[in-house]
Design a binder for this molecule. Structure first.
Ligand SMILES: *Cc1c(COP(=O)(O)O)cnc(C)c1O
Length: 409
């Protein structure tokens, strides 16, 4: 029996240009973004300018994490304690966590079999809750029909904040992910598409939201040192009213990130090749449903998901165990208890919620795995073979023991 010996958590090293730039920052010692000498633009300010250009946004603010970017976005939109905020039931804990961090109340929306937000349920939940903001999570890189979503949200008067932790570098019909809503949020945590350990951004075209976000990030009265920012007149009206919720990015991380922006498109192509290799390897495996990718979705594919429709929990657990024995780390969103990075909306007890039967059914058979760029195409082919065999084995192990009928003589 073959065994996979690679690592599902090993990302590529930081590019040499990032290491050199990081060393330069360490050598001059001005790590704080507002610690600049005359005429110097901070690495952080340049990073914001370059990332804004990459996604075609007017304004960009670099923050301490993706979660900090989402919380900053909610505060900039003046979400108040107790306000309902719509979000995906299928997402990761920092998303409802960002809503909870401003004292607001997450209202979860069902997921579809394609792992995107259910638009019919979104409409019903918006009307029932009276929410005015949707924190839309493009969870695991699956982008819904953004035209249909934006038309619906416009009709419902819902402002959309996008969580693009898994869609940095992706697009829908040519529009970069994060550019449909009023604010797009990104993460540069190690497992995402650019790596600075921790970090995040938000982008927007709205000058008022950008100024609020910069003040919220902790700019003191030094906001004029930002480059991807509105003019001082926009800050004048806000600077004494918007609190400093200190969550800035520093120049060291910005130095590591700047050379990675130009690599995003190549990374997307390489990730997509790994993703499509996995798709081919699992196509036609009995009991497995692959997730269709819409024609208009220019996805990254930094992780892979499939469904096991109708599988009882014991059989899914048997598959996860059989794959693990052979070095393949599968994550199961339907497990009774949260494990590692996975959890489900029912585990977030601070966010009281009604049961979501469709999401329960889909997550009960949802398997997830990372595809780090250190994988080679032959790794992906091997992982797919192991999964296909483990699927078959789990079916046999979980099948009822054959009834032995004594032979009549
Ligand atoms: C990682 C992640 C975030 C938050 O990013 P951090 O930088 O870790 O705070 C948000 N949403 C999703 C879906 C994520 O996977």
């Amino acid at each position: 029996m073959e065994r996979f010996t690679g690592s599902f958590t090993q990302q590529e090293p930081i590019p040499e240009a990032g290491i050199d730039a990081a060393l330069a920052v360490l050598r001059h010692g001005r790590l704080h973004r507002y610690n600049t000498v005359a005429g110097e633009a901070a690495e952080t300010a340049l990073l914001e300018e370059e990332f804004a250009a990459y996604v075609g946004a007017r304004y960009c603010v670099a923050l301490a994490s993706g979660g900090a970017a989402m919380a900053c976005a909610l505060r900039a939109c003046q979400v108040k304690p107790g306000d309902p905020v719509l979000s995906n039931a299928f997402t990761l804990a920092p998303v409802p966590g960002a809503i909870a961090s401003v004292g607001a109340r997450p209202v979860f929306v069902e997921v579809t079999e394609d792992l995107t937000i259910d638009l019919a349920h979104l409409e019903a939940a918006a009307k029932a809750s009276g929410a005015t903001v949707l924190l839309l999570s493009h969870m695991r890189g699956h982008v819904c029909d953004m035209e249909a979503l934006m038309a619906l949200c416009d009709r419902l008067d819902l402002r959309v904040i996008e969580d693009c932790a898994h869609t940095m570098g992706a697009a829908w019909k040519g529009v970069p992910s994060g550019r449909h809503g009023v604010i797009g949020c990104y993460s540069t945590q190690t497992y995402k598409h650019m790596n600075s350990g921790e970090g995040g951004f938000l982008v927007t075209d709205d000058a008022g939201l950008a100024a609020r976000a910069i003040l919220l990030s902790g700019s003191y009265m030094l906001y004029a040192r930002h480059r991807a920012a509105p003019g001082p007149e926009v800050f004048e009206a806000l600077k004494l009213d918007v609190p400093n919720v200190s969550s800035r990015m520093d120049n060291l991380r910005a130095a590591i990130l700047r050379p990675q922006i130009a690599m995003l498109d190549d990374r997307r192509a390489r990730w997509r090749a790994l993703y499509q290799g996995m798709e081919q390897g699992l196509a036609g495996v009995a009991g497995v449903r692959l997730i269709p990718r819409p024609q208009h979705e220019d996805y990254v594919g930094s992780s892979f998901q499939f469904l096991l429709p109708g599988w009882p929990p014991g059989r899914v657990a048997a598959l996860v165990a059989a794959a693990a024995e052979r070095g393949v780390e599968l994550k199961w969103f339907g497990a009774a208890d949260p494990a590692g990075f996975t959890s489900c909306y029912a585990h977030w007890r601070y966010a009281a919620t009604e049961a979501l039967p469709q999401t329960d059914r889909i997550l009960s058979g949802l398997i997830d795995m990372r595809l780090p760029l250190t994988f080679r195409p032959e790794d992906v082919a091997q992982i797919a073979r192991i999964i296909a065999e483990a699927v078959a084995q789990a079916g046999r192990d979980a099948a009822p023991a054959p009834v032995v009928v004594p032979a009549a003589d």
